[in-house]
Design a protein around this ligand. Sequence first.
Ligand code: NAD
Length: 82
Amino acid sequence: MKVLVTGSSGLIGSEAVEYYDCQGHQVIGVDNNMRAEFFGKQGDTLWNLGRLQESTQQFSHQSIDIRDRRTFSIFLKQRSLT
Ligand SMILES: NC(=O)c1ccc[n+]([C@@H]2O[C@H](COP(=O)([O-])OP(=O)(O)OC[C@H]3O[C@@H](n4cnc5c(N)ncnc54)[C@H](O)[C@@H]3O)[C@@H](O)[C@H]2O)c1
């Protein structure tokens, strides 16, 4: 199964990525590191993205702002997620 996780570099999203990856699913994460915009360097989640890329089997990541509906819907179609 393909699993889409938005906010995949954050606290809950990264747990979801690991959970579904461990189950053998293809996990597609979307996160534009908006947390760094909100909270500055301390809120940066790139370290967590790197950790997931190292530790998972079938995880891929895309940096898209999910509020950008046009770009997000093109991405979903390209990845056959609609
Ligand atoms: N105590 C702590 O240090 C700490 C740290 C993180 C989270 N929390 C708490 O955990 C709870 C939930 O965590 P969470 O996982 O929902 O939040 P989170 O902030 O950990 O993760 C949200 C993720 O969504 C991404 N994101 C935000 N807007 C986006 C957008 N428009 N497009 C794409 N990506 C976007 C962010 O970059 C971030 O990685 C909250 O209560 C939060 O306060 C606590």
